[in-house]
Ligand binder design. Structure first.
Ligand code: ZN
Length: 259
């Protein structure tokens, strides 16, 4: 049983303010990334507890340079940095995926560090008229390779969003509760890791019950940005809806993220 773990930083227990996620290499950011590694290793351990034979972890936050390689559980492999084509690793074949340390979509009330793609430039994002975020995007990305998302971790709003999109058969682990965009009620990171390990172990037995997320293409994607700069400077073939909004009909998963 081969498992692919996609990670982000905003949904990790102990991470609750943009000072930890937006700047690279600051003391706040380094603290957050050590907390991330703790959750990564907890998930890896849970996968192996549950019968996994291969676990590959993708560093997914902001340029994919957040992992501390030395800290990774030696049974796992990691994917870091930028590369093209982007599906080289997914093509190797996996039975299930975990979204670890994820966050809720832009404008989620009380969603800790909520955003979709860029917290500095993006506002709302719709797929076929439904407000969507990175959980849905990631599920489509792995779904293309018939890989079901079997577990999602993050705050209470993140796990709710995951269940809304992916159903109640998946395992969700709530490591914190959002009180505001930069405010949180949190477990101890140690407790969060224990819950993640247990969740990942349980998720291994759910794999056969969860379907890959494969919406039928073409899909109509609408992007709304925080200001007009991106739309003003945009040179592609998406339709201008207004000075902050673009829309495009896309025919493959690789095109859902950016116009
Ligand atoms: Zn992130």
């Amino acid at each position: 049983m081969k498992i692919y773990i996609s990670t982000d930083l905003e949904g990790v227990c102990g991470v609750y303010r943009f000072a930890q996620t937006r700047e690279y290499g600051t003391p706040e950011n380094i603290e957050a990334r050590h907390l991330l590694m703790g959750e990564v290793n907890a998930a890896v351990a849970g996968c192996f507890d549950g019968g996994a034979t291969r676990v590959v972890v993708r560093d997914g936050h902001n340029g994919a340079i957040s992992f501390f390689p030395e800290e990774l559980d030696e049974r796992a492999e990691m994917v870091m940095g930028r590369f093209s084509p982007r599906d080289q690793v997914l093509r190797q074949g996996f039975d299930g995926a975990i979204l670890l340390g994820f966050h809720s979509m832009s404008n989620t009330e009380g969603g800790i560090l909520c955003h979709t793609q860029s917290s500095k430039t993006w506002d709302n994002y719709w797929i076929n008229g439904r407000l969507s975020g990175e959980i849905c995007q990631s599920a489509i990305t792995v779904g293309e390779f018939d890989i079901p998302v079997v577990m999602v971790t993050g705050d209470d709003k993140t796990v709710k969003e995951a269940r809304d999109f992916l159903g109640d058969e998946i395992v969700t682990v709530k490591v914190k509760t959002g009180l505001g965009r930069e405010g949180a009620l949190m477990h101890s990171p140690k407790k969060a890791r224990a819950m993640i390990r247990e969740g990942a172990r349980d998720a291994m037995s759910q794999i056969s019950k969860v379907n890959p997320y494969k919406p039928e293409f073409p899909l109509t994607i609408r992007w709304q940005f925080l200001n007009s700069d991106i739309v003003t400077n945009y040179k592609g073939d998406a339709k201008h809806i207004d000075d902050r909004t673009l829309e495009k009909v896309v025919h493959k998963p690789a095109d859902i993220i950016s116009p």
